[in-house]
Design a protein around this ligand. Sequence first.
Ligand code: NCD
Length: 329
Amino acid sequence: MTTRALTDPQALRDLIESRLFAFPKRHFLASQDLDPPDILALLDLADAFVDLNRQTTKKLDILKGRTQVNLFFENSTRTMSSFELAGKRLGADTVNMNPRTSSVAKGETLIDTAVTLNAMKPDLLVVRHSASGAAELLAQKVGCSVVNAGDGQHQHPTQALLDMLSIRRAFGHVDSLTVAICGDVGHSRVARSNVILLNAMGANVRLVGPPTLIPSDADQWGVEVYHDMREGIAGVDVVMMLRLQLERMDGAFIPSAREYFRFYGLDREKLSVASPNVRVMHPGPMNRGVEIDSEIADDLSVSLIQDQVEMGVAARMAVLASLAARLEA
Ligand code: NCD
């Protein structure tokens, strides 16, 4: 792990070169596919990319000649631009596609699109889809490497990686930290990916939320479950807030946004029971005043939310570079 930014361009390139490794799998689909040594290697590589991204000249040619297609069936600004920048900074030709999903024939549309795209010979396909399992299905149909940029309520592994990078840079380590993931866990692929990755790296994970938003099988996730926010965040090192995924709710999961904020919204008063060094995270987009108070979100002495966006580009560069290194092997 870098403790001090490298500013000499050649030394930085040498460092990146020395940390490049061939990812052991063809695809990057889910947190459970990552073993601790791979996670550490990705984090170390991402640390070097953070240094690169802070330089005036950010471009490398690790993906020169490669074609990266970002196939986003769901709306996304931050994740798609993060992957696009990551690919471009590594020298890939990147293309963004936002096909419209037909709600009647999603499966058919996905496979049709996959087969068509495959004929264009991309090397890396980054996919986001509203159906759980979509990335894996697509991976079975194409000849290139697939990166899951979020599939339904299932997985969002690059988000978990960038979150871990943000945590490790803030605390210097991940093991033995207590992380409370709060809010709409039930509809959240971010929560599922983070629980697996944090557990793999030795953190203690708590889930905090109303019973309607905590999955019924959460007791088998290797976490502690709390329904009272103050109890759940008492003494924790990290509070990771989740967006209320209203678009995935097909019924009344909360009485009202106001009521929700009263019990589960993160404000200064609730946060006061956490560790004095607590850091607050949110994957974005935030519903300010619903799950998090702006005063906390914008307080740079506790909020890692802007760091998460910065770490997102570096973490995705690490994933794309290591997948491409395997393609070459
Ligand atoms: C997350 C997602 O799409 O799963 N956002 C993101 O990747 N920027 C979380 C969310 O939508 O709430």
